[in-house]
Design a protein around this ligand. Structure first.
Ligand code: TYM
Length: 337
């Protein structure tokens, strides 16, 4: 038996933040030797909310470069751009036709984002999770490493795959593989710097709410200095009255590669005045190698092009085979040559 396959992706909307890194990309890197991996930049998802055509292509390259900078290794992993593999959009259409509308209307992220858009909410936003299901199912992925906020979309992906298998497959020969989410508890839900009860998010209008992977040391210092805390002395995890404290300790534990117990012990007597500089230096040091590698990759556009060209070829081969299988199961006349 070959290695199990992993697929995941990040949207190229603005700068990636610590939530994206600690909830997703860091886990891709840690597991990559164990699996056969496909990591895509999901640019088609990025246009489900109003977007700027002037920055989409550049942001797509930047996210691919960040994958490499964070440690994605091409010996184990394939990096590609979602829109470079048209099978993603075609499978989305086929899946749309078997997905009940009320499954999509129930999605929490849709409801949250739709409220922000008011009357102008587009069909693409509603259909977002079906495109995500297509991303995953095309690669027969066994595991999908994501942050906590994607759990409901993963459940939907499983439901869509099982429904298609039930309607068009045979028990002994399912058409689609039903994937499992891979959500590591630590870092699965990184919270905002301005409100410890809300997740860190690219769509928060306040830059102060998040730490971006490409923030320079001065910006990091400023953001951590100003981040929300509480008046209590002595720091602790898991006190529901102190969400900011839990979040900042979690960041410190993961970025300094220490266990929760070790950090709880180290910080038990500390005040914020002592802890904040510690967190700042830890963050600056953790992001430094990522930023250096990112600048190196962005400085060599020919190299990045070749990575994405190879990725497109490898991804297309697998995606097209799955798409052909689904088309056959649904009874389409095969294309004539
Ligand atoms: P996106 O770009 O919003 O998020 C990318 C990844 O980052 C995780 N994440 C977080 N994790 C912890 N704490 C946070 N505050 C935080 N914010 C974001 C997300 O869970 C995600 O893993 N719909 C996906 C993109 C996608 C995808 C896919 C993922 C499209 N197709 C197929 C996996 C497989 C998304 O939310 O992207």
């Amino acid at each position: 038996m070959g290695r199990q396959r992993v697929l995941s992706g990040v949207q190229p909307t603005g700068n990636l933040h610590l939530g994206n890194y600690l909830g997703a990309i860091r886990n891709w890197v840690e597991g990559q030797q164990k699996y056969e991996n496909f990591f895509c930049v999901v640019d088609l998802h990025a246009i489900t909310v109003p977007h700027d055509p002037k920055t989409l292509a550049e942001n797509t390259r930047a996210v691919a470069a960040l994958y490499l900078a964070c440690g994605i290794d091409l010996d184990h992993s394939t990096i590609f751009v979602q829109s470079h593999v048209p099978a993603h959009t075609e499978l989305t259409w086929l899946l749309n036709c078997i997905t009940p509308l009320n499954w999509l209307e129930r999605m929490i992220q849709f409801k949250e984002k739709a409220i922000k858009q008011g009357e102008n909410v587009g069909v693409g936003l509603l259909d977002y999770p079906v495109l995500m299901a297509a991303d995953i199912l095309l690669y027969d992925a066994d595991k999908v490493p994501v942050g906590e906020d994607q759990k409901q979309h993963l459940e939907l992906t499983r439901d869509i795959a099982m429904r298609l298998n039930y309607q068009f497959g045979r028990e002994e020969a399912p058409v689609l593989k039903v994937p499992d989410p891979l959500i590591r508890p630590e870092g699965a839900r990184i919270m905002s710097l301005t409100d410890g009860t809300r997740k860190m998010s690219k769509s928060d209008p306040s830059e102060q709410s998040r730490i971006n992977l490409l923030d320079d040391p001065d910006t990091l210092r400023q953001k951590i200095k100003r981040c929300k805390t509480d008046p209590v002395r002595g720091l602790e995890f898991d006190n529901p009255e102190r969400p900011e404290c839990n979040n900042l300790l979690t960041l410190y534990a993961i970025l300094s590669n220490q266990t929760k117990d070790a950090v709880a012990e180290e910080c038990r007597e500390m005040g914020w005045g002592q802890f904040k500089p510690l967190l700042t230096e830890t963050t600056v040091e953790a992001l430094r190698p990522i930023q250096e590698k990112y600048n190196e990759v962005m400085g060599d556009p020919g190299y990045l092009d070749s990575v994405l060209r190879d990725g497109q070829a490898r991804a297309s081969e697998i995606a097209n085979a799955t798409l052909a299988r689904v088309r056959a199961a649904l009874g389409f006349l095969p294309p004539l040559s």
